[in-house]
Design a protein around this ligand. Sequence first.
Ligand SMILES: [Zn+2]
Length: 142
Amino acid sequence: MSEIQYGGVAAHTDRPLLRSMWRGFLCRCPNCGEGKLFGAFLKSVPSCSVCAEEFHHHRADDLPAYLVIMIVGHVVVAGFMGVEMTSGLGIWQHLAIWIPLTIIASVALLQPVKGAVIGLQWALRMHGFGGEKDVLESHPEL
Ligand SMILES: [Zn+2]
């Protein structure tokens, strides 16, 4: 693990945040970028098959779903408003366009966004990714 000191504060340089999140978004191991991050839809593997980095202690929880709602909501609402202002489509035509688009985009983005969240947690050494026990592992009563 390499560190750079900034006024007595150590910053880890071996886990670049954006690279880790991008590798996770591509559903690849944030450490090596080669191994698969998911064994099934939304089910992360316990460890990387290439570099053996462990992923069982990630805690993505509901964050990927919140982020997908935010992303898809902004795109769909902006798209709807743009089409509504420039065309004369009826309400059923809008529903036929925007409801399937919302469902498809949400399902398509959920796993890559979860991978990016796991990459973020790995890069920031959260929840046991830094080698120490997570607070929930050391205090199961919480
Ligand atoms: Zn790996």
